[in-house]
Write a protein that binds this ligand. Structure first.
Ligand SMILES: Cc1ncc(COP(=O)(O)O)c(C=O)c1O
Length: 289
């Protein structure tokens, strides 16, 4: 990561370390805001339309009135000034700064709008891409609207911290019926008898943009995919398990709670989708040139 990413804070370009927010910002006080993260490949935002559509939906679901078209202009301008080739775009909009009341402020409060561009100095999951990563399972303690990409990430952060302390890349979030909902910051897929399984879209999970892409890639590779969840006790029956996410891309999981998934090696379906993902990135870049 670069030392001081370039930011656009309410329309003004500045180093991220110089951006300042009021303690009365509703994101700071209540977590009253939403965010989005896009991957940059070769200086280009990846799946821009899909991410910004989800961002609009998140804003609509919590009734924040924000001009996303204006943010897109700022995002592209900041990206181009940053010169970042490989990295992430972070966008966050909160309901703004207002006297503290639980109900929304009445009229005239402008949202606080942050964009910053973070360059990678190394590929974040590079060491696990070939060999696969390991995960733990933890109870899903989040609220009932996980379809909204809200900045309230405490339960996700606690789960990710538990995973890190266990030396794992991810924590799988398990609901009260044993269903594997998703990871703390990734979507989860299993492979059983040649078919891919993943939780159906619902308020229990984030509609992952990479999940959506992988669904299409599976189709074009001729691999059957069912939006059907599996339970934690069914993990032992899986042939393969993998995560998807903007940063994780397609990441094999080879061990959960200390037990190997199948033979403990990344499987052929995961490998095929990793390749299909790389091909899709290359193809999208060739179309922007
Ligand atoms: C809870 C959760 N699920 C899934 C994902 C993956 O979503 P995407 O593929 O859009 O990055 C994320 C990404 O941050 C996440 O936070």
């Amino acid at each position: 990561m670069s030392d001081d990413p370039l930011a656009n804070w309410n329309g003004v370009v500045m180093p991220l370390s110089e951006a300042r927010v009021s303690v009365l910002d509703r994101g700071f006080l209540f977590g009253d805001g939403v965010y989005e993260v896009l991957r940059i490949y070769s200086g280009q935002p990846f799946l821009e339309a899909e991410h910004l559509d989800r961002f609009r939906r998140s804003l609509d679901k919590i009734s924040i009135d924000c001009d996303v078209q204006r943010l897109i202009g700022r995002m592209r301008e900041t990206l181009s000034h940053s010169g970042v080739q490989e990295g992430l775009i972070y966008i966050q909009v909160t309901r703004g700064t207002a006297p503290r009341t639980h109900r929304f402020p009445t009229g005239g409060t402008a949202p606080n709008e942050l964009i910053y561009i973070e360059g990678f100095t190394e590929e974040p999951y590079g060491m696990f891409r070939d060999s696969g990563g390991t995960a733990i399972t933890v109870p899903d303690m989040r609220w009932k609207r996980c379809d909204i990409k809200s900045v309230n990430l405490l339960a996700n952060c606690m789960a990710a911290q538990q995973a890190a302390e266990a030396g794992c890349v991810e924590a799988l979030l398990i609901d009260e019926n044993g269903i594997v909902n998703e990871g703390s910051h990734t979507s989860v897929f299993g492979v059983r008898d040649g078919a891919i399984l993943t939780s159906p879209l619902s308020p229990a999970i984030l509609p992952g943009i990479t999940r959506g892409l992988v669904t299409k890639l599976a189709d074009s590779c001729g691999i059957p995919l069912r939006e059907q969840s599996f339970t934690v006790s069914e993990i032992v029956e899986l042939d393969e398990l993998f995560l998807t996410g903007t940063t994780a891309e397609v990441l094999p999981l080879v061990r959960v709670d200390g037990t190997s998934v199948n033979d403990g090696l990344p499987g052929p379906v995961t490998r095929q989708l990793q390749q299909a993902y790389q091909d899709f990135v290359a193809e999208s870049l060739s179309q922007t040139r």
